[in-house]
Design a protein around this ligand. Structure first.
Ligand code: MG
Length: 258
C-alpha cells in the first residue's frame, strides 16, 4: 500500500494512494494514524486536488554515509568497516514539490539520491531477525549536502542539516522488497545518479541493528541508507528528481533562500 500525507482545505490527513497513472491518482482517506491499526474511510479525493506533504514527520532522521563503494570512491574515501551514522534534524524535512532553499553559506550544494526506511514502531536493540517487524515502509529521499561546508567543518550539522536539506516522498510504500531496486536521480531531466540498492555495503538490517543499539527509534523516524555514485552540484532553478523502483518519484525545485 502507498500511504501519503496531505493537506486539503487546511486539514492534514493520511490517505492510501490508488491508481497507476500520475494524473488519475486518488487518495482514500485513512481514519486514524497509519502506524497503528487503521481503516480506510472510503472517502476519496484526487491527488491533483491536494497538496502532498512529507509522508511522515520524523522525530529524527538517521543518515548513513559511504554505504555504496562507488560513491565512497568518487569522494576519495575508504569504505567504512562499520556503518557510519549522522543526523539530519526534523527541520530539514520537506515534502514532494517543496523547494530546496540554497543556503547562503555554501557555493557547492550537492544532490544524493537515497532509499529511506520509515520506522513503524517504538523499538530499541532490534535483533537482526526482527528488523522487518519494525519497518513501516520505504520512500525516496534526497540527502542534500553543502559539500564545501562538509569538507571545511568537522561536524556535518550545518552541511547536511540546513532547512530543506531532506526532501522525502512522494509517499511511503509499505509492501516492497527493498533489497534490489533501481535508484536514480535526474537534474532537469538529465540522469546524474543510477544504482541498485543491492550495491549497499551494509544492508538495511545491519543499519537498523547498528543504530538501534544506541538509541530508541520511534514511529515515523527515517533511516537514510546512503547514496550511489554520481553525486554532483545543484544550482538555483534546477529541478531534481529521485526515482526508486516500486515507490515513485520525488521532485523538488532549487531556489535561492529568500
Ligand atoms: Mg547521503
Amino acid at each position: 500500500m502507498r500511504i501519503a500525507r496531505f493537506s486539503i482545505d487546511g486539514n492534514v490527513a493520511f490517505g492510501a494512494v490508488e491508481g497507476e497513472k500520475q494524473d488519475e491518482l486518488v487518495l482514500d482517506i485513512i481514519k486514524g494514524i497509519p502506524f497503528a491499526d487503521f481503516e480506510l474511510s472510503g472517502t476519496k479525493v484526487p491527488v491533483s486536488k491536494v497538496r502532498l506533504l512529507p509522508p511522515v514527520l520524523p522525530n529524527k532522521v538517521v543518515a548513513f554515509g559511504r554505504n555504496y563503494a562507488d560513491h565512497a570512491k568518487e569522494m576519495g574515501n575508504e569504505v567504512p568497516d562499520a556503518p557510519f551514522a549522522f543526523f539530519k534534524p526534523a527541520t530539514s524535512v520537506v515534502g514532494p514539490g517543496d523547494e530546496i532553499q540554497y543556503p547562503s553559506f555554501s557555493q557547492d550544494v550537492h544532490h544524493e539520491a537515497e532509499l529511506a526506511v520509515v520506522i513503524g514502531r517504538l523499538c530499541r536493540e532490534v535483533p537482526r531477525e526482527r528488523v522487518k517487524d519494525v519497518i513501516f515502509g520505504y520512500t525516496c529521499a534526497n540527502d542534500v549536502t553543502a559539500r564545501d561546508v562538509q569538507k571545511r567543518e568537522k561536524q556535518w550539522a550545518r552541511a547536511k542539516g540546513f532547512d530543506t536539506s531532506c526532501p522525502l516522498g512522494p509517499w511511503v510504500e509499505t509492501d516492497l522488497d527493498p533489497h534490489d531496486l533501481t535508484i536514480q536521480l535526474t537534474v532537469n531531466g538529465g540522469q546524474r545518479q543510477l544504482g541498485r540498492t543491492s550495491e549497499m555495503i551494509h544492508s538495511i538490517e545491519d543499519l537498523i541493528v547498528n543504530i538501534s543499539e544506541a538509541m530508541t527509534l520511534l514511529p515515523g523516524d527515517v533511516i537514510l541508507t546512503g547514496t550511489p555514485a554520481g553525486v554532483g552540484p545543484l544550482h538555483v532553478g534546477d529541478e531534481v528528481a529521485v526515482t526508486i523502483e516500486g515507490i515513485g518519484t520525488l521532485t523538488n525545485k532549487v531556489v535561492k533562500r529568500g
